[in-house]
Design a protein around this ligand. Structure first.
Ligand code: C5P
Length: 256
């Protein structure tokens, strides 16, 4: 079985405050894009995870393995060889790891003959990470809570542009940690689209002044340049890419 795991971008991202449990309350419009990892599932004599990316940890810290173990707490699954074709940049805010985890849960449920209802899959997804439940949506959703609660929606027209990934990544917990209360948004109970912004940029730029410079450079080439999730990648609209040092470019369209 071969399944696609799409990346996501956050068209707007509001951080609303810090919670007692250490997470931050957010409100964000998540949108899947046509940049995909591929996951291959095949029967095996023992569990095995392989990947095209030699830098990825393939142990218990990998969300694919965590998804497999959590799923098995609810229902047995035979041993599997899972191969990951990694195309989505990591530590980029593109949700690659979360998408891999959601796709694994979908695959395991299919392999086992659909024993778990979608509510149970979403419960497991939320345990794996704040962004994982979104990947059970139709590809466009308004997400709240720590990101795990979603309401499906759709864009009036598809979007296309460029993902620009700096040659360094950012750690999600460190970006949140670098935020100050004055960086938070006032919650607007509405879809703010077509406003494009990300409150996490303030934390990310404090952590990495180089990233702020990169945004300013990209703003010479595109009308809209906004960081996705906790970075370090930007989505760029209305413009064309120029060769710039230390940046990789990926064309994208909203998906499906
Ligand atoms: O949920 P996930 O495991 O992806 O979160 C990783 C880390 O990012 C959390 O441990 C927390 O430090 C931070 N985070 C947060 N608020 C959120 C989501 C993540 O503070 N809404």
């Amino acid at each position: 079985m071969i399944l696609l795991a799409p990346a996501k971008i956050n068209l707007f991202f509001q951080v609303l405050g810090k919670r007692e449990d250490g997470y931050h309350e957010i409100a964000s419009l998540y949108q899947a894009i046509d940049l995909f990892d591929r996951l291959f599932f095949s029967p095996s004599s023992q569990d095995l995870l392989t990947s095209t990316d030699p830098t990825l940890p393939l142990d218990e810290s990998n969300l694919i393995i965590k998804a497999l173990h959590l799923f098995r707490k609810s229902h047995p699954v035979p041993p599997l060889h899972i191969h990951l074709e990694k195309n989505i940049p990591i530590e980029a805010g593109l949700g690659g790891g979360s998408s891999n985890a959601a796709t694994t849960l979908k695959a395991l449920n299919q392999i086992a003959g659909f024993p778990l209802p979608s509510e149970k899959l979403l419960e497991i997804a939320a345990l794996l990470g704040s962004d994982v439940p979104f990947f059970f949506s139709n590809g466009c959703a308004y997400c709240t809570g720590r990101g795990e609660k979603f309401t499906q929606t759709s864009l009036p027209t598809p979007l296309s542009g460029w993902i620009v990934k700096p040659d360094f990544g950012l750690s999600t917990p460190l970006v949140y940690k670098a935020l100050k209360p004055e960086d938070y948004s006032i919650k607007k109970n509405e879809i703010l689209f077509p406003l494009f912004f990300n409150d996490l940029e303030k934390g990310a730029f404090r952590l990495s002044p180089k990233l702020k410079e990169m945004k300013q450079e990209l703003e010479q080439d595109f009308k809209t340049v906004v960081m996705t999730g906790s970075g370090s990648a930007f989505f760029c609209l209305q413009g064309s890419p120029k060769k710039r040092i230390g940046m990789s470019y990926f064309p994208f369209k909203t998906w499906p």
